[in-house]
Ligand binder design. Structure first.
Ligand code: GTS
Length: 249
């Protein structure tokens, strides 16, 4: 896919050009992430690259003009960010980017069935995290009303499912016998919910052990330390910047 002279014209245009400039890549060779200076949809991409031990560069959008220029220059297939420049491609669509990174770095299981489980677990944690990600962009009343509902869903729907999955699988990881994208995503989700409700794991002993184990894997441990490229919880300034750039406010 997307290689050599067989790359169809439309894909060449969208993903970054001819074979010659596919090979050229960025100066440092590191993936380059373009997004706002905050979590949003890009945070899971940062997590996955960090877990894979891949260094990356970031370009932060601060103004609407920067965003419009990306569109004018034809870099955003659907006029949306996240944008990740990687291996000569300009990739958009969060899920496609994550799948590519997971596949490339051996975080996508062995065989189709493991991959299907990973996709399933990842979709669950995506649904859970999505509810939290959109909270800061909701009106104050909705924020107040929705947070307890999200925590209730985490406790009664999502975390019981992952606790059960770990118990049934019995290997310390969600799928197979090694770290996968599903584990990285679940840890991200656990920490995100704990920021809102610190005792949320109290009734989930296997998830507590999972959290400790995965947090202590060297690449992830590093990402969890201060000074890493992990982003803080969104504040009012972040929300205002995103709204200004996307002109949603
Ligand atoms: N399905 C896309 C993905 O998952 O990458 C959706 C991307 C998306 O909606 N991006 C927003 C955007 O660029 C920014 S954010 O939601 O991540 O903050 N919106 C501009 C627009 O015109 O849709």
């Amino acid at each position: 896919m997307l290689q050599g002279t067989h790359t169809p014209g439309v894909l060449r245009k969208v993903f970054g050009g001819t074979h010659r400039n596919l090979k050229r890549g960025s100066m440092s060779g590191k993936p380059k992430l373009t997004y706002f200076n905050g979590r949003g949809r890009m945070e899971s991409i940062r997590w996955l690259l960090a877990a894979a031990g891949v260094e990356f560069e970031e370009d932060f959008l601060e103004t609407r003009e920067q965003y419009l220029k990306l569109i004018q220059d034809g870099h955003l297939l659907f006029d949306q960010v996240p944008l990740v420049e990687i291996d000569g491609m300009k990739m958009v669509q969060t899920k496609a980017i994550l799948s590519y990174i997971a596949g490339k770095h051996n975080l996508y299981g062995k065989g189709l069935k493991e991959r299907a489980f990973i996709d399933t677990y990842v979709e669950g944690t995506t649904d859970l995290m999505q509810m939290i990600l959109t909270l800061p962009f909701s009106p104050p009343e909705a924020k107040k009303k929705n947070l307890p509902l999200i925590i209730e869903k985490a406790k009664n729907r999502y975390f019981p499912a992952y606790e059960k999955a770990l118990k049934q699988h019995g290997q310390g990881f969600l799928v197979g016998n090694q770290l996968s994208w599903a584990d990285v995503h679940l840890l991200e989700a656990i920490l995100m919910v704990e920021e809102k409700e610190p005792t949320v794991l109290s009734e989930f002993p296997l998830l507590q052990g999972f959290k400790t184990r995965i947090s202590n894997m060297p690449t992830i441990k590093k990402f969890l330390q201060p000074g890493s490229q992990r982003k803080p919880q969104p504040d009012d300034k972040y929300v205002a910047t995103v709204m200004k750039i996307l002109k949603e406010g």
